[in-house]
Design a protein around this ligand. Structure first.
Ligand SMILES: Cc1cc2nc3c(=O)[nH]c(=O)nc-3n(C[C@H](O)[C@H](O)[C@H](O)COP(=O)(O)OP(=O)(O)OC[C@H]3O[C@@H](n4cnc5c(N)ncnc54)[C@H](O)[C@@H]3O)c2cc1C
Length: 349
């Protein structure tokens, strides 16, 4: 047994999920250590503007088809709750945010019909959505929402981790965890070794390395981004191609991001959209990153099978900010009170 008192919780990864969970547990009085592999905090949203979306990026009718009416509706409700809580959290942390709303554009005329139906159903459920029929976007219609929130996720992550009960260590890539005879868990990280009572893997696409079984549930998807100078022509965020491409204007820049689980023609589509929406804007940066997604595009929260006190939060996907807070809370409830997750459960109950 270690002579040193173990930490209550070790969080692996200082992205948004890790920061949210660490902060909630620290607020409850637990001593938390956050180990981050890279030299800085933020994960995939490092240096990115973040758009927390109301609802799912795909048309509501598609969500209903895929998940059933009840689940699709619950998901919209959760994203709405997520936004309310995010706004409160940002205010509490003194971080600026703006209710910029967003515009989802139909891909073609046949999808326009789907959008009309989606808007009608969402209105029935009481959501503040408007159907826009605007020639600027071609013959297609668009669904406009107004509550979507724009903020700087990195600022939030930094602030959340500034807590008296949290120790953050960067350049501390976790290499393995091993249960000890005394019940504590030994965590070996780059040039570090520590003991803890519980471990939370919040390490995005790298989680699969620690439990190969996760590869059955979580699929890595490649996200391509082009950053343009913001010429100010389009000011509202746009969600295109059934949620596979999003366009987020923020301060001096515009982030155009695209992803596809099949990698078919996303780069081609992204260039086509760039030509259409930002024809004369200078490109400042291009980069590629990875996120994980699960079938049905819902986050994953739970205790790893056969590994008591080792938990995971993952699968936030390309629109992770729309459910990150509720997912982090589900995990905190599990860790603190053994309350099993419902919608985001890792293993079906
Ligand atoms: C370019 C881009 C733009 C995006 N924009 C939006 C947006 O506008 N709105 C939206 O809703 N979503 C957006 N997303 C998606 C969103 O960023 C993700 O869903 C979310 O950030 C995932 O957070 P995470 O904490 O689960 O994972 P990550 O952000 O991947 O964080 C995981 C962290 O774990 C660390 N790590 C990995 N392995 C180890 C290890 N062994 N030891 C220690 N640390 C480790 C990593 O270095 C990383 O810091 C975007 C994603 C990308 C890539």
């Amino acid at each position: 047994m270690s002579a040193i008192e173990p930490y209550d919780v070790t969080v692996v990864g200082a992205g948004l999920a890790g920061a949210l969970v660490a902060s909630t547990l620290a607020e409850e009085g637990l001593k938390v250590v956050v180990l981050e592999a890279t030299e800085s905090l933020g994960g995939t949203v490092k240096h990115q503007p973040g758009l927390a979306l109301l609802g799912t990026p795909e048309p509501f009718t598609q969500a209903v088809e895929r998940r059933g009416d009840q689940v699709a509706h619950t998901l919209w409700e959760l994203t709405s709750e997520n936004l309310v809580r995010l706004e409160i959290l940002l205010e509490r942390c003194g971080i600026a945010s703006e209710k910029v709303g967003s515009l989802r554009l139909a891909v073609d005329a046949s999808q326009s019909a789907e959008f009309r139906e989606s808007a009608a159903q969402l209105k029935q459920y009481g959501y503040d959505v408007t159907l826009e029929d605007d020639s600027r976007y071609g013959d297609q219609v668009a669904i406009s929402t107004s509550d979507d929130l724009l903020f700087t996720p990195q600022a939030l992550i930094n602030k959340l981790l500034e807590h008296e009960n949290i120790i953050v260590e960067c350049d501390a890539e976790v290499e393995g965890v091993k249960r000890q005879l005394d019940g504590s868990i030994a965590v070996s990280a780059h040039r570090r070794y520590l003991w803890t009572r519980k471990v939370i893997f919040a390490n995005g696409v790298h989680a699969i390395r620690f439990d190969p079984g996760l590869a059955e549930i979580l699929h890595p998807v490649c996200v391509h981004t082009i950053v343009f100078e913001n010429t100010g022509t389009l000011t509202r965020p746009l969600v295109l191609d059934n949620g596979h491409i999003f366009f987020v204007p923020h301060a001096q820049s515009i982030c155009l991001t695209g992803w596809d689980s099949t990698e078919t023609d996303i780069l081609w589509r992204l260039s086509a959209v760039a030509n259409q929406l930002c024809p004369n804007a200078a490109v400042r940066e291009r980069f590629t990153s990875w996120v994980t997604i699960r079938d049905g595009a819902m986050p994953v929260v739970g205790e790893l099978p056969g590994q008591p006190d080792v938990y995971i939060i993952n699968g936030l996907g390309p629109f992770g900010l729309n459910l990150a807070l509720v997912a982090a809370d589900e995990l905190a409830e599990l860790v603190l009170y053994d309350r099993q997750p419902t919608l985001f459960a890792l293993v079906e109950p």
